[in-house]
Each structure stands twice: as structure tokens, then as C-alpha cells.
Ligand binder design. Structure first.
Ligand code: KDO
Length: 341
């Protein structure tokens, strides 16, 4: 029934104009008013549903619903369904996306000095990573991120320690053994340089295309932390894991600054706390997974190779120190990172 037909019917039934205004006003305007007061938070991530850094967004949503009931409408888009991998920071700056978990490589495009965190064998382990980003170094390195990317990092999620995986059985001891190996890397200059520094031939490809590329042999291998390999099932199409441990990786739970700055201070605090809770959930689960997954992959029939990690570290570090990438690192930052205990 249309608004006018309903109005006429009610009038015929003896409702006064005042009563009509109240009844129709409440009936038609109330849901709209509720919808308007809820702030929509769109989240986009390439993470697959079974991955901890996909599930952490549900933790975020539930935490925020508890601390700020009815204030936010959190919409989670996985599998890069909303924005392509790596395009999220620009989308957040333009106001087309509110939140994502962004990589150091994404940040480095606009903040070149951040590339220090894309280099192999700099962050030692998860404890070192969390202390670096949650301490004075983090405070310093996130400042230009807020200024230049117009996104605000809220929490550091441990993505895991990246290992090399190959689709064939191969004994890899040093970088020389990766010569000619087509190693898939995410598509950016910093990622490709890491693949090259490991001794391989890097090939850019989006995360969502890796499984098929391994299956068909378009690539010889890829690098990712073990929990990501389990969640995306790359182990089904791989035969060797080489435990290079070359990058202790992070993704930064970040929010569009335009959106964040427009929130009330108490809402900002609630969003921040929910992001921290989500990262903690992710981190604990990934650490637990990493301790168990080598055995799981062995049980799946994969060969687990322990390479000469010292040889990898030496080669990778030398390549970085000679590169243009290292020229962008602020003086003394590497030493300050190393000094964090
Ligand atoms: C990947 O594409 O290999 C990578 O691990 C890179 C990370 O920075 C991050 O984008 C991650 O994929 C996705 O979140 C999917 O796990």
C-alpha cells in the first residue's frame, strides 16, 4: 500500500491529522534514522576465510559491537572481493574503504623509508616485531604513514615467518640452489627485490592466483608463512618447504584517517581497542599454528628442508645493503631496530 493510500484509509477510519503525522512519521522515518546513525565500516582483505587474519575481523566486529552497541555496521569482504590486493591504502585515502590490513610493501610505495621492514632478515622474530612496532620505533615510523597515506595504523598483526615452498621435490641449501626458480611474489618492487635477493627469479602474481599457478606449473614456487599456506591450501600443490625464515612479516590493521578523525574520541578509542584485540587473536593463533604446521605438512607428504640459513642471511643482507632500497632508510634506523630487545 502506498503512503497516500494508507493515509486516506486511516483518515477514513477516523484518525486525526496529528495522529497520522505521528503514526506515519514513526512508521516511515524511524528505520531510516537508525540506519543513518550507524557508521559503516567496510573492510577489504585478500585473506581467505580460513585464515586467522580473516577471522580476526570477526573478532574486531564482535568487540566493537560489545563496546559500542548499534553504533557501527562492520562489513567484512574477504578474498580481495572488494579491492584488489595492494590497492586498499589508496581506496582508504579516497574514502571508498574504511579498513584493511596493509603490508609494509604497500606502505613503502608512498613512504620509501618504510621499506626497511620489507627487507629479509631484519626483524628477528614475533616478539622483536611486536616490540619494534609497539615501541618508540613504531611511533616514529608510523608518523609519515599517517601524513602521506592518510591512513592510521591501529595494530600490528603478525602474518608469520615467510618460508619458500616449491611445487617439485628439491634440495635447497643456499641461494645458489634457487637460481632460475620462478618464485611467485606479490606484485610490487619491494616484494620482487626480496625474491631476487633470495637467489630466485621473481614472478609477480596476486595471492588469489597462486594455487592455480602452482598446480599448472606457471610458477615453480611461492613464499608465505606456514599458517597462510595451510589456510589457502598451497600445500596441496607443493612438494617441498624450504625453511628459509627470510621475512618475519606483518600486516598493519589500518583505518582511513578521514573516517577515523571524524569519530568521537570515545569511539576512536573503542575502534582502536577492537583492532588491538583482533590483532592479539590473530597473533596467538598464528604462533600456535607455526609450532604445529611443520609436522602437519610432513604428514601430508611434503619434504621439509632445513637450508643453510646463515648463507641465505648473508646473501640477502648484502644484496639489500647494496641496493637503492637501502638508500631510503633513515640513518641509524637499522641500528635502532637491531637494538630493540
Ligand atoms: C602474499 O600475497 O603472499 C601475502 O602473504 C602478502 C601479504 O602482505 C598479505 O597481502 C597477504 O598475502 C594476504 O593478506 C593474504 O594472506
Amino acid at each position: 500500500m502506498s503512503h497516500t493510500t494508507l493515509q486516506n484509509a486511516l483518515r477514513r477510519a477516523g484518525f486525526s491529522t496529528f495522529a497520522l503525522v505521528v503514526a506515519l512519521g514513526l512508521g516511515f522515518a524511524a528505520p531510516q534514522a537508525v540506519a543513518q546513525t550507524k557508521q559503516v565500516i567496510r573492510i577489504s582483505t585478500p585473506a581467505v576465510p580460513d585464515d586467522w587474519h580473516a577471522k580476526m575481523w570477526t573478532v574486531f566486529k564482535e568487540n566493537l559491537e560489545k563496546s559500542a552497541p548499534g553504533q557501527f555496521d562492520v562489513q567484512i569482504h574477504l578474498n580481495a572481493a572488494l579491492f584488489k590486493q595492494g590497492t586498499e591504502p589508496a581506496a582508504m585515502a579516497r574514502g571508498n574503504l574504511e579498513m584493511s590490513a596493509i603490508s609494509a610493501q604497500d606502505i613503502s610505495k608512498l613512504v620509501p623509508e618504510f621499506s626497511i621492514f620489507t627487507a629479509g632478515y631484519i626483524i628477528r622474530d614475533v616478539e622483536h616485531q611486536q616490540k619494534v612496532f609497539n615501541g618508540p620505533v613504531g611511533e616514529e615510523v608510523f608518523k609519515p604513514v599517517v601524513q602521506k597515506l592518510e591512513v592510521t595504523p591501529l595494530a600490528t598483526a603478525y602474518l608469520g615467518t615467510r618460508q619458500v615452498m616449491l611445487r617439485e621435490v628439491k634440495d635447497v641449501k643456499t641461494p645458489a640452489d634457487l637460481k632460475g626458480v620462478k618464485l611467485r611474489m606479490p606484485a610490487s618492487k619491494e616484494w620482487l627485490f626480496l625474491g631476487e635477493a633470495l637467489g630466485a627469479t621473481p614472478m609477480p602474481l596476486a595471492y588469489g592466483e597462486v594455487y592455480l599457478a602452482l598446480q599448472t606449473g606457471t610458477i615453480d614456487g611461492q613464499d608465505n608463512p606456514l599458517p597462510s599456506v595451510r589456510a589457502a591450501k598451497f600445500y596441496e600443490v607443493s612438494k617441498t618447504i624450504v625453511m628459509t625464515s627470510h621475512l618475519v612479516d606483518a600486516v598493519f590493521v589500518a583505518i582511513s584517517s578521514k573516517f577515523f578523525n571524524a569519530l568521537k574520541p570515545e569511539q576512536q578509542q573503542k575502534v582502536r581497542l577492537a583492532a588491538e584485540a583482533a590483532a592479539r587473536y590473530n597473533n596467538a593463533n598464528r604462533v600456535k599454528d607455526e609450532a604445529e604446521l611443520v609436522d602437519f605438512f610432513k604428514a601430508q607428504g611434503l619434504k621439509v628442508v632445513t637450508p643453510d640459513v646463515a648463507a641465505f642471511r648473508k646473501t640477502v643482507q648484502e644484496k639489500y645493503m647494496k641496493s637503492d632500497i637501502a638508500k631510503t632508510w633513515p640513518k641509524g634506523l637499522l641500528e635502532r631496530i637491531n637494538a630493540v630487545r
